[in-house]
Write a protein that binds this ligand. Structure first.
Ligand SMILES: Nc1ncnc2c1ncn2[C@@H]1O[C@H](COP(=O)(O)OP(=O)(O)O)[C@@H](O)[C@H]1O
Ligand SMILES: [Mg+2]
Length: 264
């Protein structure tokens, strides 16, 4: 991605919010448009959720926000400035994502959590604090060498964690980076319902005072969001709180009731 030749200072705190301003996007060499004319403002400290079918474009929106790609039309702004005008490192430092295909770093538990933070800024107490907040401290303490234990099965002597524990490690990493924007992108595919509910609850708690974007196709997990956006083929087709959307009796309400049947 090209760096701006006259980069602006990234705001801290963000005071006006994050805006997708008529954003369109087409992946290189793809005929289909992934995002079309997408407009949305997220206020500081607001927690929003994107829901919608597989392939609707939810993850693409996040990739654009992180500048893994630039929009082919429109722009994304933070506090009114195009994100292309901020230093890329500052932008990416401000955004912490826990992604669907998150990486299992074959490192010690401590290094897994501290990754992405300047080494001089991290001591064990800070790492432990983040692990506690993410709810994975006990699991790490149970390992033979505690925070020095090697995670993953790639190397001899490594310890495999459960999917839920790996995701909490990723959450701890996000906490430690102290980013202003937190993203949780469908982290829960392999988790049981109880672990999922716990992770989402922690996510909301830890994201207090920050912008949070929660992405899921399971509607039971997004009820807590301030606003929910139903994305379909790269566009917003419904929006509101859970109660608003249920009253609208549109796609969200239909999907919610269909999914709820599976739980009864
Ligand atoms: N790296 C890529 N290259 C080409 N097309 C992609 C790529 N990633 C996603 N797509 C396409 O973009 C559309 C939106 O995908 P995505 O944002 O991953 O949807 P969601 O996260 O809602 O499931 C889909 O049609 C998908 O096939
Ligand atoms: Mg996705």
């Amino acid at each position: 991605m090209p760096e701006s030749s006259h980069p602006k200072q990234f705001p801290r705190p963000i005071t006006q919010g994050l805006t997708f301003d008529r954003v369109s996007f087409q992946y290189p060499h793809e005929e289909r448009v992934a995002i079309r004319d997408f407009t949305l403002t997220i206020k500081p400290c607001e927690h929003v959720a994107f829901v919608g079918a597989n392939g609707a474009g939810k993850t693409t929106l996040v990739k654009l926000l992180c500048r893994f790609y630039d929009p082919t039309g429109g722009r994304i702004t933070i506090d009114g400035t195009d994100i292309r005008d901020y230093p890329i490192a500052d932008l990416r430092g401000a955004v912490s994502g826990i992604f669907q295909d998150f990486v299992k770093f074959q490192l010690s538990a401590k290094d897994n959590i501290a990754l992405g933070v300047r080494a001089s800024d991290v001591d064990l107490a800070t790492v432990t604090q983040a692990a506690k907040q993410a709810g994975v401290h006990e699991a790490i303490e149970r390992l033979p060498k505690g925070y020095e234990s090697l995670l993953g099965k790639l190397f001899d002597g490594g310890h495999e964690l459960s999917i839920g524990e790996w995701q909490k490690v990723a959450l701890a990493r996000a906490i430690l980076r102290d980013s202003q924007i937190l993203i949780l992108d469908e982290p829960t595919s392999a988790m049981d319902a109880k672990a999922e509910a716990e992770l989402i609850e922690r996510f909301h708690e830890l994201a207090q005072g920050r912008i949070a974007i929660l992405i899921s196709h399971r509607l039971s997990t997004v009820k807590m969001a301030d606003r929910i956006f139903v994305v379909d083929r790269g566009q917003i087709i419904e929006q509101g709180t859970h109660d608003d959307l249920m009253r609208q009796q549109g796609l969200y309400a239909t999907l919610f009731l269909t999914q709820a049947q599976h739980y009864q």
